[in-house]
Structure formats: C-alpha cells, structure tokens
Design a protein. Structure first.
Length: 241
C-alpha cells in the first residue's frame, strides 16, 4: 500500500535538506543552511510520527533514518562550523578542520543509539539534532550579527574548535539527557526538570524578543541551557534517571 512509503519519503526529505544545506554551507551561506537544518529536524520528527500513525515501521526506514541524520545532523553542522571558522579567521589553518570531527562523532553517536536498548524514552549522551542545532544557530548568529561578542570569539583559533570538541565528547558520553516525551509513571524529579526547562525557554524567547536580538540566539541559548540542566541534574539526582 502507498501509505507504507510515506515515512521513508519524509525521511528522504530530511536527507535532501541536509545535502542541500551542505552545499549552501560550503558557499558561506549559513543563513540558508541553518533553516534547511531546521526543516530536516521537522522531517526527522514527522517521519517517526507518520510511521507510528500508519503502522509503517520497517528495517529499511530505521537504516534510512540514521543515514539521513548523519548528513543533516552530522556532516551539515560540521561543515557549517568549518566554513564559519575559515570565514572569521580569514585563514585555512589546521584548527579550522577540528569542527569536522563533529561529523565523525555524530556517526558514532547514531551507531551507538541504534544498538543501545537503554535509550527508548530518554538519551545517553547528547542527541545529534540537539548538537546540530547548537552548531547551526551559533553559525547563523555569528553571520547575522558581525559585531557581536561571539563573532569576536569566532575570530580566534580556540572558541569554535573548543565548542566542537565539547560537543563531540557529549555526543558519545554516558550523560543522561531527558527527552520531551511525557508519559505516566515517570520520576517526579524528571517531570519537574522538564517543566523547568520549558519555563527557561519561554524566558529566553521573551528576553531575545524584548531586546530585539536575532532569533537564532534564542535557539542557541535554549539548547545550552538544556545541556547544562542535564549535566547538573545527572550529578544531583543520578538515581532518578
């Protein structure tokens, strides 16, 4: 039946967005590459929803999903960081290539996720879409706000490679990271931290809107808060995860 092809079609759109995004990233156009990454994330969300609604699960779909994610949330953010660093430093130094490691560690993360039976409801390590969005929003903001402090930091050889290495470590770490799936019977502490995160996101969006800052900063700050909250929560309440 035709409906069984719908989830894989949506996943293929995810892959297509990633490929086209890489092209624009290499052309030094993060203003186009990042929205394509976000569109890929929407497709990544919808393909799973469609598969559940249509009962159209397949092994091919599972493999295709991982391959698409490697491109859209591994290769694309790595290339965006690489291109941004070359643009900001006006050089082709070896340090500019460090962010490309994000593609490698994203692939390792996805392979680990496919084999790990512990990650049905929440995650161990930073999910590739979250890592990609941090990279994408950072690169977009740097390009959109040339006079910002982040732009100044990106002009050196430390900031962007350091961000890339931290993300690589988080991708393959064993740090518990909560998902936004709400189900009955979950620990109260986990529900509370999710609600706290939701409030933080609203405050960040309000802050960015009030000061009329670039919208990508809201995405970046929200995801940084997400990572920090998970690190703190996993340290304070390890048994609740």
């Amino acid at each position: 039946m035709l409906k069984r092809y719908i989830p894989n079609t949506i996943t293929s759109m995810n892959l297509l967005c990633g490929v086209v995004g890489v092209i624009f990233a290499l052309e030094g156009k993060p203003g186009v590459a990042f929205p394509l990454m976000m569109l890929a994330a929407v497709c990544d969300f919808l393909d799973g929803m469609a598969a559940r609604a249509l009962h159209a699960y397949s092994e091919m779909g599972k493999e295709l999903d991982s391959l698409a994610d490697v491109v859209s949330f591994g290769v694309l953010p790595a290339v965006m960081m690489f291109a941004t660093m070359r643009t900001c430093t006006y050089s082709n130094a070896i340090w500019c290539y460090v962010p490309l490691l994000i593609a490698v560690f994203s692939g390792l993360r996805l392979a680990k996720f496919n084999l790990d039976e512990r990650q049905h409801e929440n995650f161990l390590g930073l999910a590739t879409p979250a890592s990609a969005m941090i990279c994408g929003s950072l690169c977009y903001y740097i390009a959109a706000e040339p006079g910002s402090l982040l732009n100044v930091w990106a002009g050196g050889y430390v900031f962007l490679p350091l961000v890339a290495l931290v993300l690589c470590a988080l991708l393959v770490s064993e740090v518990p990271m909560f998902s936004m799936k709400l189900k009955k019977g979950q620990p109260k502490a986990l529900v509370s931290v999710r609600l706290c995160f939701g409030v933080c996101v609203l405050l960040i969006v309000g802050f960015v809107a009030l000061l009329r800052l670039n919208w990508s900063l809201a995405v970046l700050l929200s995801l940084v808060v997400y990572v920090l909250m998970n690190l703190v929560f996993s340290y304070i309440c390890p048994a609740e995860r």
